[in-house]
Design a protein around this ligand. Sequence first.
Ligand code: M6R
Length: 610
Amino acid sequence: MCGIVGFIGREQAAPILLEGLSRLEYRGYDSAGLAVYDREKGLQVVKAKGRLQVLRDLTDGGAKVPGTMGLGHTRWATHGAPNDENAHPQVSQSGRIAVVHNGIIENYGELKSFLEAKGVVFTSETDTEVVAQLLEFYYAGDLLDAVFKVLHRIEGAYALGIVCADEPDKLVAVRKDSPLILGYGEGFQMLASDVTAVIQYTREVCYLDDGDVAVLTPGGVQVYDSLGQPEEKERSHVDWEISAAEKGGYEHFMFKEIMEEPKALKDTISPRIRDGKVVLDDLTITREDLEGMDRFYIIACGSSYHVGMAAKYILERLLRIPVEVTLASEFRYCRPIVSEHTLALVISQSGETIDTLAAMREAKRLGARLLSIVNVVGSTIARESDDVLYTWAGPEIAVATTKAYSTQLAVIYLLAIHFAGLLGRIGPEEYRELVEQLQLLPGKAEEILKHTEEIQYYASIYFNHDSVFFIGRNIDYAVGLEGSLKLKEISYIHSEAYAAGELKHGTISLIEDGTLVVALASWNELFDKLMSNVKEVKARGADVIGIATESHKAALAALVDSALSIPDIHPMFLPSLEVIPMQLFAYYVALMRGCDIDKPRNLAKSVTVE
Ligand code: M6R
């Protein structure tokens, strides 16, 4: 989604804004722009459709734009086509106020008519321009006063950065339902939609809350609450290195992040196992609390939802508590059966996905207790949950999630073992075995990554297929959903995942000579049944890639065209291993098809609009 950067200080702002925007490119965008104030030149606005490089070329890397205060933006179009006019910053009629915005102003139509009736002429199709024009309408020599008046009129979700040529010593930041952070420096201050944009300059940040309005000057920041009362904000220190958000010699972030999976798994699991016990220090849920729960709801979107699908098999099997997995975008509209006896497990890499956030707020309103699994520290979902367990995957930059997915699963395993222990659903022997096996997971993931060339070879055979089916049973089906999403999102090949037993109920009519089927057969209990499904599709001409555990590789190889194996491990932990060959397969196929792997078309890393 869109990205925002703001800078006010003593150095030239434009190069810093461009650098910050480059760190936000991964979020997905289709145009970019800058607004920088200079005493001689006034408010200069440069914007352009396309990649950030176009803006860099137009401004000579920012050198052509003087001034020490300004805003930058990468836009992911919602209202109006991606073009120069609709790019941000949006500017008021006199050209004296410029605004960058992430989110959607829901009542912009009504406000636009109001302003047009007053003679205001609009130059873009965006909802954001309404904010700039409305600010000018209310401006009477005090920018902050105009901002509060505008906030009373606009509805929707927004993170805003605002500059006014008549008050060049300040930048204003506003947040409601769309992330925005402040970065504190010596003699400069910054604002951004994401810490990655500022950590090159400062590691002291503050996560703004909904309703906050911040005024930044070179010497400091004052934050006000929604009623205009000054407030003290807690500062956080970002402790990861900038190199974690860089490619470090790899061609693509996605590949780098796949290769980081063993470490991410280890970082997520190891500190939470002590003396053979799962220790979740951050968790306040007790055995009594758990005994009072009659159901779990899992709320998530996309790949995080697929983790939820796998979690259902794991949690129900171990805990014998019913688990409903719901797409966050559907949750609010399906009259969910939620009460104070519901534990809502909220899964999100970014911690900012708007559908997930809205659904969890609804679950809270209905009485549920919220436990979130989140990767981004300090994100809104993490802060609004009763409990949060972080996935220590480090920054994930590629749009296609890989290491975050694996670590979300790892937290599910830890939770499942911990809860089963608390509830006495497993005996000490089983507990010990699960903990031991879980500790083997990072090493087994590493083994798979030693054989990437095998998967690259299969990708070279199959990359030209234009339709792929993933089939599996039980947890293999859940992993198939993720394999299919990975392939379609980055290679643009049409693909679907099916519970293998469902094939005969319709889908098998699509199987013909040369259709590619990926058969996921790691769930040993159901291996034979899955092989029957493989025979069915082979009989109709499909090319089949199979994935099974090492112990079943020979049996698999006898039936499929291409057999891949993953190390044997306790079945509960198989998804984290089985997904890796599929992530690599999607990666290599996309590479061979010449796709923009880290920034697939139409997609954004963090989806902050409904
Ligand atoms: O940040 P979240 O986990 O809440 O994001 C949810 C989905 O948008 C995300 O998992 C998406 O499906 C992946 N980027 C796909 O690889």
